[in-house]
Design a protein around this ligand. Structure first.
Ligand code: SF4
Ligand code: SF4
Length: 347
């Protein structure tokens, strides 16, 4: 598969032309931040962004989803019978997704699609998505994707990767799914050698700029109860206000809650994102709460990402190094420091 080159104007114009075949999502500016929005949302696509504040995980795993529905009307012959709610699995393209967020889908996939369990809704939406990445020429100083198996131009989990060469995009196809999308976009021209060389140089320079290094190599050798009972959790959790920002912004947090809601005679069973940072998340029907203290909830978040996941799946950590939780935690709790502390802890 050869690299293609598009002027930025041509790329944008052609993306608009695939709307009939894919729902196309692109980064747009929304107030002070960026987010993914449909290409025909009326907002101008902006590929000169660093990253979106909210990760694009919601495009595969909606923040709130009607999973089942039922009628509460006793006159209905199927009253109280729970049925699958209609869902939309039309093909969608997420164009301009950063490599850390594409890798995050692979990290999460282990949870939603494994030998024991298969979440039909997550899997179908993931399979109907094509991920067209945008390499990071200027990684943020809070990014550490290169410490957790990724990189600013990593191809992991992507179907194609864009290199921003200034006035043009070089498009590198990675999978057949990516090829089908680029074929549908059409246009462009075969990239000349100088463009390919420039793309390579950009990637090397970006990797050289990654200053955050987070050690994770010893996590798997730690005894889980030693880390669980480590003396630093009170200190780590001290400033946390349990706002849940870190979990909602994180592309690799997957906790949810199931709730029934009734509107008149219509009942809906909803799956909503939830957060392990909230005390109600673990409250049992009996009134007992195994994590009623703040330090227990903060410990849970870090132990889950950096120890339980490591032990259960034996493949990396549950973090893609996007740095969102570092940037947006209102009290500056920094997963890089917590990880280094866990990695170095000797019991
Ligand atoms: S963003 Fe910071 S303060 Fe808020 S729950 Fe997460 S760690 Fe605590
Ligand atoms: S834990 Fe923090 S740095 Fe890691 S993927 Fe989640 S938000 Fe990004």
């Amino acid at each position: 598969m050869t690299d293609k080159i598009f002027t930025k104007d041509e790329w944008l114009e052609r993306l608009g032309g695939v709307k009939g075949d894919y729902k196309v999502f692109v980064p747009v500016k929304d107030g002070d931040f960026h987010m993914f929005a449909p290409i025909d949302s009326g907002k101008k696509p902006d590929f000169s962004y660093q990253n979106t504040r909210l990760s694009p995980k919601g495009l595969v795993y909606p923040q709130s989803e009607r999973i089942f529905e039922y009628s509460l009307d006793k006159q209905d012959e199927d009253a109280f019978i729970v049925k699958e709610a209609p869902k939309d699995y039309a093909p969608q393209a997420v164009v301009g997704i950063r490599p850390c967020d594409a890798q995050a889908f692979q990290i999460v996939k282990i949870n939603f699609d494994n030998k024991e369990f298969r979440d039909p809704w997550w899997v179908q939406r993931f399979e109907s998505s094509v991920l067209i990445g945008l390499g990071c020429n200027e990684p943020c100083d809070t990014c550490f994707c290169n410490s957790v198996g990724g990189g600013p131009f990593s191809e992991k989990g992507l179907d194609a990767l864009l290199f921003d060469l200034g006035d043009a995009f070089l498009v590198r196809v990675i999978t057949e799914k990516g090829q089908a999308f680029v074929d549908k976009v059409g246009g462009g021209a075969e990239a000349a050698q100088d463009a390919v060389d420039k793309a390579k140089r950009l990637a090397l320079e970006a990797e050289g700029r990654m200053t955050s290094k987070v050690p994770t190599d010893k996590l798997k050798d730690k005894v889980v109860l030693d880390l669980f009972n480590a003396p630093f959790w009170d200190e780590v959790a001290f400033a946390c206000i349990n706002c849940g920002t870190c979990t909602y912004l994180c592309p690799t947090c997957w906790c949810f809650d199931i709730q029934d809601e009734a509107y008149g005679k219509q009942g809906d069973r909803l799956r909503n994102w939830d957060s392990c940072m909230y005390p109600l998340f673990t409250l049992h029907g009996s009134g007992h709460n195994p994590r009623d203290k703040k330090f227990q909830r903060v410990r849970q978040r870090f132990m889950h990402k950096l120890k339980y996941y490591v032990d259960k799946y034996g493949d990396g950590v549950q973090c893609s190094g996007c740095g969102r939780c570092v940037r947006y935690c209102p009290v500056n709790i920094d997963i890089r420091k917590v990880c280094a502390r866990m990695n170095a802890y000797e019991g």
